[in-house]
Ligand binder design. Structure first.
Ligand code: ZN
Ligand code: ZN
Length: 333
């Protein structure tokens, strides 16, 4: 393959635009609103309308010098490079970036998943020559169970402990709304209670057309009223003083990492729910194959196994090791 027009720090050579840069840059394309991808202080941000709305809500209108919304599927040509955004299925507005230049097609997936999710636009497979893929769960041990089965375990626990509240630790952007939506899909139409830190982004999802049903502030309910109820809270809140005002809470958490029993135990979680917003090992390999890319750059997570597997398929593959992407912070989904 010809030398790539994208460098290994995800800078597009012909126009100098970076994708998800960790430092403030003159121009940046942002794949989605999670904090390790969407940073404050770029001169100009090109992103989907949902991602722009999320960044403005979290960081303020002045978080970028200029906002440039590019809806899914539209092309923007900048210095000869055609840029288009395609759904990544990770959270609301999350995009893969397709770059086309002098006959070469490059896709940067950002974070993605292929499972159905009513709170994110569905993943779209984009064929390319060079694929830059995430690998958060890039090990054969990671094979995510069906989310509906995990929600079923939660509902059985609620039925078994009608006098207790269930507190579910969820990241505020994406996971909280997805868990609520999964509960609604399962037929759960009772009020769902929110920790105050969840309200702003749940409101934003609803404003942008994702219905979440009857949501209430847990602070406004009495301890007695909270028996048998579900509360969505940040992962850090489930163990602190905040949850002591709830009746004998069952501590739960929703994350792809909950398949690692030791992690669940360390965080004091009694009811781990394995609900991931990232592709698992099977989805990662399926995507590499289906894009028909001949060159694979692996970033963001457990890179080595996926690089090795790609090489066994006869592909040119290498790890990028961009340290700014974080799977221990907000991204621990
Ligand atoms: Zn993410
Ligand atoms: Zn990420």
């Amino acid at each position: 393959m010809a030398p790539s027009f994208l460098s290994r720090d995800l800078r597009i050579a012909p126009n100098g635009i970076y994708i998800d840069p960790p430092q403030p840059q003159v121009r940046a394309i942002i794949t989605h609103g999670h904090a390790d991808h969407a940073r404050y202080g770029h001169g100009a941000v090109l992103a989907t309308p949902d991602t722009v709305a999320i960044m403005k809500a979290r960081y303020g209108e002045n978080a970028a010098g200029r906002w440039d919304e590019l809806p899914f599927g539209e092309r923007r040509v900048i210095d000869g490079v055609a840029i288009s955004l395609h759904p990544a299925g990770h959270i609301l507005g999350s995009a893969q970036v397709l770059l086309e230049y002098e006959g070469q097609r490059i896709v940067v997936t950002g974070d993605y998943k292929r499972l159905d999710d009513h709170t994110a636009q569905s993943f779209e497979l984009v064929k390319c020559d060079l694929l830059v893929t995430e690998a958060t769960f890039g090990l054969p041990v990671f094979q995510h169970p069906k989310p509906a089965d995990e929600i079923g375990r939660l509902l059985r626990s609620i039925a078994a402990f009608p006098d207790r509240a269930h507190v579910i630790g969820c990241y505020a952007l994406g996971k909280a709304q997805r868990v609520i939506s999964l509960l609604r899909e399962s037929g759960y139409d009772a009020p769902i209670y929110l920790h105050g830190a969840m309200v702003k982004l749940c409101d934003l999802y609803e404003e942008r057309g994702i219905p979440l049903g009857d949501l209430r502030l847990s602070l406004e309910a009495t301890k007695v009223e909270m028996a048998g109820q579900i509360v969505i809270a940040p992962p850090s809140a489930i163990k602190d003083r905040w949850s002591r005002r709830l009746p004998d809470p069952v501590l739960a958490a929703a994350s792809g990492w909950m398949s690692v029993k030791q992690r669940a135990r360390q965080s004091g979680v009694e009811l781990p729910l394995v609900i991931s917003d990232h592709a698992d090992w099977n989805e990662l390999r399926q995507t590499i194959t289906e894009t028909e890319a001949e060159t694979i750059w692996v970033t963001h997570g457990r890179e080595d196994a996926l690089v090795y597997w790609s090489q066994l398929q006869g592909l040119a593959a290498e790890p990028l090791r961009i340290e700014a992407y974080d799977d221990a912070g907000e991204e621990a989904e």
